[in-house]
Ligand binder design. Structure first.
Ligand SMILES: NC(=O)c1ccc[n+]([C@@H]2O[C@H](COP(=O)([O-])OP(=O)(O)OC[C@H]3O[C@@H](n4cnc5c(N)ncnc54)[C@H](OP(=O)(O)O)[C@@H]3O)[C@@H](O)[C@H]2O)c1
Length: 335
């Protein structure tokens, strides 16, 4: 869908962060607007998604990520945000898939700003059934959930456990598994249980009062998205030939963030009939097209529950890290 092309300007307002720290270091400033290079488009940002990756980039935690190219002493990308939805207002050399005025969603580093540049192959057209705010919360969490469900090989009639069902990734994972015909049990805090049920989960277990791995239950697939439940406990409630997919979990050590579970899972998987897997999802046009098709078909919908103005981008990230956001939240930039 296309819209009237907004006017480009040489400066813009952006949520800028010049060193790793808390939200007090994120200030909305006037900075130079970016220009699209070859294969890139310039987007007038209408909304940007809030997700755990933004928190990791704000704090520089776990420390290992600083050595992975994100900036040793300060964020290499000083403008926060990655998920984006907006209108194409500039086209770089060689771009063939988009035109001025196209409404798009995808990944653009530095999306907490009035303008952001995105690679053509990380964008898709926004379906008209989604608002910009809803579209902005699809990319990172939606693609991660899609990859998790694919990796678990979930099929009709399977019993699936989703740990972290009320969060960004979990809210899509529950819907995708249910749409495949699976029977989903979600693990989440009691305050967000209703949201998880509304996404299609048959049961919701509160991790604060009940350890799901101590129950007499068995699942064909487990998507481990929240908490850092030890591997051996997860395996107790996984069927003998079931698949565990470790997506992530917060609260690990400062250096690695608890990624050791993924490494151990890969090793243990060699010696058991259970499949224990992990992966790193990359936001790209191909999985985004799949998700958009699922949205158009009515299978899934972004669980957007909260929005913040650009000036409160730091607060949004803090609220996410504190567990105050159910499903997804968006930073509203303009339009
Ligand atoms: N592998 C990848 O490529 C990839 C990509 C994206 C994200 N991730 C990782 O995936 C994880 C989840 O991301 P997200 O954006 O979905 O985060 P989120 O929106 O903050 O959701 C976190 C979820 O975990 C739940 N949770 C917290 N403590 C728990 C516990 N002890 N047991 C069970 N559930 C618990 C939360 O429940 P309540 O809110 O109800 O308390 C919430 O549902 C993060 O660690 C992130 O870094 C990995």
């Amino acid at each position: 869908m296309t819209a009237t092309v907004p006017t480009r300007t040489s400066t813009m307002r952006a949520a800028v962060q010049r060193r790793y720290a808390g939200p007090e270091e994120i200030h909305v400033e006037t900075v130079e607007a970016p220009t699209p290079g070859p294969g890139e488009v310039l987007i007038e940002v209408r909304a940007a998604g809030v997700d755990r990756g933004v928190w990791h980039l704000m704090t520089g935690r776990p420390l290992v990520m600083r050595a992975m190219g994100f900036g040793l002493r300060r964020p290499r990308q000083p403008i926060a945000g990655e998920d984006v939805a907006g209108v194409v207002v500039g086209i770089g050399a060689g771009v063939t898939g988009f035109s001025l005025g196209d409404e798009v969603l995808g990944a653009a580093k530095g999306s907490y700003a009035q303008h952001a540049v995105a690679k053509e192959d990380k964008l898709v057209r926004k379906p008209s059934s989604l608002s910009f705010e809803e579209a902005a919360v699809l990319p990172v969490s939606g693609v991660t959930a899609l990859r998790a469900v694919e990796r678990a090989g979930i099929s009709t009639g399977q019993r699936v456990l989703v740990l972290g069902a009320s969060g960004g990734v979990g809210s899509y994972a529950v819907q995708l598994a249910v749409a495949t015909g699976a029977r989903v049990t979600g693990v989440a805090s009691a305050a967000k249980a209703e949201l998880v049920r509304s996404l299609g989960a048959e049961d919701v277990i509160d991790y604060r009062t009940t350890d799901v791995t101590s129950l007499d239950l068995e699942f064909d697939a487990i998507l481990d998205i929240g908490g850092l439940t030890p591997l051996r406990r997860l395996r107790k409630v996984l069927s003998p030939t079931g698949t565990l997919v470790i997506v992530g979990g917060e609260g690990g050590d400062a250096l690695t963030g608890g990624v050791g579970r993924q490494l151990v899972a890969g090793l243990v998987s060699l010696f058991t009939r259970q499949t224990l897997a992990s992966f790193v999802a990359l936001t790209a046009a191909e999985p985004l097209e799949v998700l958009v098709a699922r949205i158009v078909a009515g299978d899934i919908r972004p669980a957007l529950t909260r929005t913040y103005p650009l000036a409160e981008a730091g607060t949004a990230i803090v609220d996410l890290a504190a567990g105050r956001i159910a499903g997804k939240a968006a930073v509203v930039v303009g339009g």
